[in-house]
Design a protein around this ligand. Structure first.
Ligand code: P6P
Length: 331
């Protein structure tokens, strides 16, 4: 493995491949530094006053953890002055964040879930940051409507995993690359190039406590996996559910698998649990760039025309042959 830092990798993408602009390179470097700061804040845990509830709710009506709020502020403060953004949107904020007039603006829209899986924070399980980058349409005010672009319009997406190591997983639309944080030097280094997800798998991830609410195609698919080698699949399967999307998705990026948070009848008014703009779309882009597939069961996630910044969608993603099978059952 070449000893390539994230900075050098991005410089090559800008000057050699002409794949990205200087502003997009700056955006990614700023986000990576913010993720480093979030990793340090999380790492303090009970030694600092960062655990537990913030005493407030987010736009989803979910109780915020202190680290949700801290992570959101780290990303806002890191990005607002650089001149690369038109605006930002976050799971933790009702409306898009406008760049203060005193700072220059740029062409990119940055969306993020600053701390995904934060319900796991207090029990020391891996969590992460998910981000997505769109272009702001020419001459358009960067209000909520400017963000409502299909995931296929993303120019970049990535996630950081705060686990035994801190990783940054990134796609610029030309494959997926993994960077590991060197805690001594503070630099992210390329540790896996052009990651590919195995097309087949024997590992599935779903919150099985919702089983009685699933639609028929999901009941059938999971039933077949549970039937194992005596059943129609003729082989046994294994199950994993971290309940931290970034951790579950990273496992699948690394060794294959299928992740499912399907539409269910638990709350018929909800199209799913996960959010399209800053969870499903970036993860779908990354998974597809790694040779996997990502659908709602009925359509490709990145083809969805968004109607609201915080809308939810069903998510089925991972090893292509399994996602295709589940999607086929919905047909
Ligand atoms: P459940 C975390 O709250 C999250 O948004 C995702 O990271 C995770 O995959 C999912 O919700 C877990 O949901 O219903 O199993 O707690």
């Amino acid at each position: 493995m070449r000893n390539v830092s994230l900075t050098r990798f991005l410089i090559e993408k800008e000057h050699t491949n002409h794949l990205i602009t200087g502003d997009l390179r700056l955006l990614i470097e700023v986000v990576s530094r913010a993720c480093k700061a979030i990793s340090i804040a999380i790492g303090k845990g009970g030694l600092a006053d960062v655990l537990g509830g913030a005493g407030s709710d987010n736009v989803q009506g979910e109780a915020q953890k202190k680290l949700d709020v801290i992570s959101n502020e780290i990303l806002l403060e890191a990005n607002e002055w650089g001149g690369h953004l038109a605006a930002m949107a976050s799971e933790e904020m009702d409306h898009p964040y406008q760049i203060p007039h005193r700072y220059p603006k740029g062409e990119y829209l940055l969306l993020f879930d600053p701390l995904d899986g934060s319900s796991n924070i207090d029990v020391n399980v891996s969590v992460g940051t998910i981000f997505s980058v769109l272009r702001c349409p020419e001459g358009v005010e960067p209000d909520e409507k400017a963000f409502l672009q299909p995931g296929a319009q993303q120019v970049c997406a990535g996630y950081a995993v705060y686990g035994p190591t801190t990783l940054l997983v990134l796609t610029l639309g030309d494959g997926v690359n993994v960077f590991t944080l060197n805690r001594e030097t503070g630099a992210f280094h390329l540790t896996q190039e052009n990651l590919r997800i195995p097309a087949d798998t024997r590992e599935f991830a779903i919150n099985a406590s919702n089983q009685r609410y699933w639609e028929e195609p999901v009941q059938r698919y999971i039933g077949e996996l549970l039937a194992g080698k005596e059943g129609p699949r003729g082989q046994d399967f294994n199950m994993r559910w971290v309940a931290s999307m970034v951790a579950d998705v990273h496992r699948i990026m690394t060794r294959g698998g299928i992740f499912m948070y399907p539409k269910d009848r638990k709350d018929p008014g909800k199209a799913g649990k996960l959010r399209l703009m800053y969870e499903a779309n970036p993860m779908a882009f990354i998974v597809e760039q790694g040779g996997g597939a990502a659908t709602t069961g009925r359509e490709r996630i990145v083809d969805i025309q968004p109607t609201a910044l915080h809308q939810r969608v069903p998510v089925i993603l991972g090893s292509k042959n399994e996602v295709d099978r589940v999607t086929g059952y919905h047909a």
